[in-house]
Design a protein around this ligand. Structure first.
Ligand code: PLP
Length: 405
């Protein structure tokens, strides 16, 4: 049984007042809050086991290394990767995309080749590809979207051609919550001999992901958006591709031997993990996964779908509200504007009522441009949000409307 009140109690930060009002946290797409199980695990680790990994023969170092590698195993099972060494720990989604753009680009992208990105991407799944295209004299092409922020799949298929080396698409668009048809995108790309990276930053905390059944070549996500620490993320890559591409950064831990004449790189996954990894962050991801699994990924998805429907119906009952990305195929976020009221004004008034929402472009300027606006208010949910949170948002928005009437 999904018990939101019990879940909420696991997140200590939610139990506080902001400006004398009970906090209503509706900014989980920016970062999720952390359950006490994760906070305690990190604290316990620092209090009893902390030591640098892959370096020492002493007890603490061996234990730290074991915990780090166990976390890799947990992540591997969580997304159903085939091999543990297909899991690379990074700083986050941004670094995972940059790693891919650099290493894949060095090996596979040449002058005149094409990279396809969706129009509704987060900047971190646009700019690294743009940088690759500048470096290699390649061409960045854009998959168009319709007025709801849904990708035009037929147009996408027409863009695929022998020069298309890679398609980079979000599983779920962060600025609207729209779920992209990634299986169809991946299958069409593979039929064309094109590789695919999926940006899963907004997906893994809301639904079960299976990289083998998706058959994507790369899949990226961030710890801090899935109830774990910040400064840690994951790049999944198919083993045969990761083996074939050069490392992204050089340094300790990513080598077998070093001399001034020649360096031999380490095997996977260490080839891509130069320097001291955020091993505590990795341990926090494993604990966050354990927490999500104790609630149940399917249960989370079902609950959040109901909450999204409740929130959408409630917000649409407000006169002259416009929701961007209004489609059935979406998850846990509502991006909107109240007619004539700037998103910052709405956000600042809501803040004074203890309600945290995100305002602005959501690091997706091309998406905002597509909608012909300079930003939205985004309320985004996680498993700990309740109908009461939505009711408070509704009341807050009615206050905003009254103030601007
Ligand atoms: N991709 C998407 C879809 C996102 O929502 C975000 C963050 O908001 C990112 C990438 C970047 O994630 P990070 O800043 O954790 O690297």
């Amino acid at each position: 049984m999904f018990d939101v009140e019990k879940i909420k109690k696991d997140f200590p930060i939610l139990d506080q007042e902001i400006y004398g009002k009970k906090l209503v946290y509706l900014d989980s797409a920016a970062t999720t809050q952390k359950p006490k199980q994760v906070i305690n695990e990190v604290s316990k680790f620092y209090s009893s086991l902390n030591s640098n990994i892959h370096r020492g023969v002493h007890y603490l170092s061996i234990k730290s290394t074991e915990e780090y590698e166990k976390s890799r195993d947990t992540v591997c099972k969580f997304i159903n990767a085939k091999h543990t060494e297909e899991i690379i720990f990074t700083k986050g989604t941004t670094e995972a995309v940059n790693l891919t753009a650099y290493s894949f680009g060095e090996r596979f992208v040449n002058e005149g080749d094409e990279i396809l990105v969706a129009k509704t991407e987060h900047h971190s799944n646009i700019v690294p590809w743009q940088m690759l295209c500048y470096r290699k004299n390649a061409v960045l092409k854009v998959i168009p979207a319709d007025e709801n922020g849904e990708l035009k799949i037929n147009e996408y298929k027409k863009l695929l051609n022998p020069k298309t080396k890679l398609v980079a698409v979000a599983h779920i668009a962060n600025s609207t919550g729209v779920i992209n048809p990634i299986k169809e995108i991946i299958d069409a790309a593979h039929n064309n001999g094109t590789y695919v990276l999926i940006d899963g930053a907004q997906a893994v905390q809301h639904k079960q992901v299976d990289v083998q059944s998706l058959d994507c070549d790369f899949y990226a996500f961030s710890g801090h958006k899935m109830f774990a620490e910040t400064g840690i993320g994951v790049l999944y890559g198919k083993k045969e591709i990761l083996e074939d591409i050069p490392p992204y950064q050089g340094g300790g831990d990513m080598i077998k031997t070093v001399s001034f004449e020649k360096t031999e790189y380490a095997d996977l996954p260490y080839k891509f993990e130069a320097g001291t990894s955020n091993y505590v962050g990795a341990i926090s991801i494993a604990k966050a996964i354990e927490y999500m699994q104790s609630v149940g990924l399917d249960e989370i998805e079902i609950y959040e779908k109901k909450l999204l429907k409740y929130a959408t119906d409630k917000l649409l009952s407000i006169d002259k509200i416009k929701i961007y990305g209004q489609t059935e195929k979406k998850i846990s976020a509502i991006s909107f504007l109240l007619n004539g009221i700037h998103h910052y004004d709405t956000g600042m008034i809501l803040d004074k009522l203890g309600i945290a929402v995100r305002t602005g472009t959501h690091c997706a300027e091309p998406t905002m441009k597509h909608f012909g606006i300079d930003g939205t208010v985004r309320a985004s949910f996680a498993m700990y949000n309740t109908k009461e949170d939505i009711d408070k948002l509704y009341e807050g928005l009615m206050r905003v409307k009254k103030m601007f009437a």
